[in-house]
Design a protein around this ligand. Structure first.
Ligand code: FAD
Length: 306
């Protein structure tokens, strides 16, 4: 069996695997798609000590760094079930079963999509999901934020400092964000909030976004707004559905971890975007992967007779 079996090949999983291997532990890493969200990212300018890089380049570096160690990389393999009979047993979609003394879950998250025409086509060409990452690309331009929850209003406030104007579109008849955020947004001169707005289409000129269409749910009328960018902020979905009933999750489906990255099941650790860590970024995911891996090491030296 493995001593540390990492599930997920994003920044959290890669960091965890390297830390485990450096402790001399028998380490395996199972990834549906090595690289995770980073593989889909274009420009990265907040990975500290690297002024600017690109997703695929960072993924290649991650993989090269992991391959420098004795780590079994099992790419294009999806985990579907985690069970325990003394040892942990991870079942893959292929039917294969892997056994390990500890498991480190780093399956990340995915942005919830609007599922309207144009969204997929213009993803990365004006349709964005991460204001910390892509906000500066829209400096001086007009953008929309879809979603009036906390993340949507935080995004609007953040973006309003950079872009010319922000329109927030909320489906409901009122915003769901905290009052303090709503007041802050209202105090900024360049944020407009439209409620009862159902986004129906992302429009573009074939290469880039040029606006969106929405229906006013009160009147049924359709409207068009001219925009350079659209930030979709309708939620981040943790890739933890398959762990329901196995480890404790928050109501939003995130894996609950303690300060050592341990879940509600001793010997099962988690790191990165799939956990209840409040901020989701590459550098944070890597740090939490390293942290959880050290947590697993600590667990193993204390349970060496099991
Ligand atoms: P992920 O990167 O999501 O990796 C999860 C891994 O788990 C993947 O390998 C996936 O295939 C695998 N997996 C999932 N489910 C299973 C399963 N059941 N079985 C096996 N494997 C599974 N952050 C920044 O710091 N700077 C940026 O500029 C930036 N830009 C971004 C741009 C975009 C478009 C997106 C989407 C995100 C961006 N982020 C950025 C956020 C950053 O990418 C994430 O915070 C980070 O990738 C989280 O790392 P992770 O390892 O926790 O998860």
């Amino acid at each position: 069996p493995y001593e540390v079996l990492v599930v997920g090949g994003g920044p959290a999983g890669a960091a965890a695997a390297i830390y485990a291997a450096r402790k001399g532990l028998r380490t395996g890493i199972v990834a549906d798609k090595f690289g995770g969200q980073v593989a889909e990212t274009v420009g990265i300018e907040n990975f500290i000590s690297v002024k600017a890089t690109e997703g695929p380049k960072l993924v290649a570096n991650l993989e090269a760094h992991v391959r420098d160690y004795e780590v079994d990389i099992m790419d294009n393999q999806k985990a579907v079930k985690l069970a325990s009979d003394g040892l942990f047993e991870l079942e893959l979609a292929s039917g294969a079963k892997l056994r390990s003394r500890t498991v480190l879950l780093a399956t990340g998250a995915r942005w919830r999509e609007m599922n309207v025409p144009g969204e997929k086509e213009y993803r990365g060409k004006g349709v964005a999901y991460c204001p910390h990452c892509d906000g500066p690309l829209f400096k001086g331009k007009r953008v929309a934020v879809i979603g009036g929850g906390n993340s949507g209003i935080e995004a609007a406030i953040d973006l309003a400092n950079i872009v010319e104007h922000v329109t927030v579109l909320e489906f409901d008849s009122k915003l769901r964000a905290d009052d303090v955020l709503q007041r802050k947004a209202a105090s900024m001169g360049n944020i407009k909030i439209i409620t009862q707005a159902m986004t129906t289409e992302v429009t573009g000129d074939g290469t880039r976004v040029n606006g969106l269409n929405y229906t006013d749910r009160a009147t049924g009328e359709s409207h068009h707004i001219a925009l350079a960018g659209i930030f979709v902020q309708i939620g981040l979905v943790p890739n933890a559905e398959w762990l329901k009933g196995t480890v404790d999750l928050t109501p939003r489906g995130e894996i609950i971890v303690d300060e050592r990255g341990q879940t509600s099941v001793p010997g099962v650790f988690a790191a990165g975007d799939v956990t209840n860590s409040p901020y989701k970024q590459i550098i944070i995911a890597m740090g939490s992967g390293a942290n959880a891996s050290l947590g697993a090491f600590d667990y193993l030296i204390r349970h060496s007779d099991d």
